[in-house]
Design a protein around this ligand. Sequence first.
Ligand code: URA
Length: 247
Amino acid sequence: MSRVPTFRLDRLLANLGYGSRREIQALARAGAIILDGARLRAADERIPVTRDLPERLTVGGVALDPPPGLVLMLHKPTGVTCSHKEAGPLVYGLLPERWRRRDPPLSTVGRLDKETSGLLLLTDDGALLHRIISPKAKVAKRYRVELARPLAGDEGALFASGTLMLEGEDKPLLPVELVAEGPTRASVTLTEGRYHQVRRMFAAVGNHVTALHRDRVGRLDLPADLAPGAYRILGEAELAQVFDEGR
Ligand code: URA
């Protein structure tokens, strides 16, 4: 028995943001939708939604958008917010306009602060999103940090101790690994994602983070050729790297 989900064409395209079901029906009637070289004129036809559908189906001569189950990596620049509704530039504004009308919607996997740059995952797969951010999954996130003042030398031991309590919280942080990379530079690797965690950790030791960049999630590195503001669809192998606990 096939496990490939099938969707009505009008529902699939409406959920991908191509318009209302009525508009999709009109597109189909006009012969604008082609599957495997043949015009699909019946919008109620059920079609198997496979990963390769964009290679087989065109709308108005253009390849179909990626079907649901989409995972992206974005090089988040500073100055954009991980939110669907806040004022100012949003990460979703870096994606194709139609993708903002998808249902299920694309959401960021956790958040990076407005002034933090680096590797940000987005997905429309809610179960996957929770699998990545769940504290149980212990997915490591590595940040490169620039500091206002030189490291004192004892931060690494304190961060690794599992006893550091952030202001206003009642549970200590899980151990964080710090690697000094210069007098005012370090990388930190953490498995939690508390609010402004890295900035607050350094504030707790009397320092101040002047720049913060995430370059790794699990064992998935931000590719050097992915420019700030650019994104890429994640393949199965790259997604597996997110959950890879090896070093
Ligand atoms: N810690 C922070 O302080 N900010 C981020 O964006 C991520 C981790």
